[in-house]
Design a protein around this ligand. Structure first.
Ligand SMILES: [Zn+2]
Length: 59
């Protein structure tokens, strides 16, 4: 199982892509107004909130 990670996304981002560092197929997620979303494969959290230790998301 991939390690859990947290990625900080910019406020204006409405779509993220995750492949769990090549541990699962490329998957697109639409935030659709939500402030955060969790990848269903690797449990990576994409959030617009300030979370300690979050890496910056580069789309
Ligand atoms: Zn993922």
């Amino acid at each position: 199982m991939a390690k859990f990670s947290v990625k900080k996304i910019e406020k204006n981002v409405n779509k993220v892509v995750c492949n769990g560092d090549d541990t699962h197929p490329i998957t697109y997620y639409s935030l659709d107004g939500a402030e955060e979303i969790v990848c269903r494969y690797c449990s990576c959290l994409f959030t617009k909130k300030n979370v300690k230790g979050a890496e910056k998301y580069v789309g």
